[in-house]
Ligand binder design. Sequence first.
Ligand code: AMP
Length: 210
Amino acid sequence: MNIVILLGAPGSGKGTVAGKLAAGDKNLVHVSSGDLLRGAVAKGTPAGVEAKGFMEAGRLVPDALIARMIKDVVAETTGDVTMLLDGFPRNLAQAKILEEMGAPVKSSVVIDVPDEIIQDRIAGRRTCPQCKAGYHVKNLPPKVEGVCDRCGAALVVRKDDNPETVKDRLAVYHRETEPLIAFYREKGMLKTVDGTTGVDNVAADFARVM
Ligand code: AMP
């Protein structure tokens, strides 16, 4: 097993690209920290109860809480697979936790999208609460409005996708997560793709550099 870390602002397309690549290649596994947390919140586990307020406020949940979940998934994932790790690490402390775990990180790929585009991307985002597929009302619409192509569930707007919370999440990204770009660049592990060229092109570029 080895790990490719996805970096990029909320709405930059990390989940969409990782989901698309993993759907077409059985050796790729998409692990989303946000999906793990939303799953825990939905189930009402102790971790979910603790995480809920942070997530609704657009803040990061405590490092130890998400690190425990990631540690479990890393330990469970074996064999000849590449894990596309989407949403973790989210700050330098988490990057160091991942190193201390001895996780086999191969590279880190930034999906680069300017802030001006992010607001519109998130405003149009629709999510499948069941299979986690992501859509956009204009850029990536489902075949039938409001219905997931993959599993038929009714699509929802994520609670933290409202414009106020998005502003906070973008500020958190710039302050906490962006320093990881320099962190992985200094290790010679950083790759960058232009996230504005359309889902198919971004996914192809990502697969080429990862
Ligand atoms: P995402 O689906 O990646 O946009 O994550 C949604 C929310 O989950 C974030 O705004 C955070 O509140 C929380 N979250 C996800 N990943 C992490 C992480 N690695 N560290 C802390 N909080 C996280």
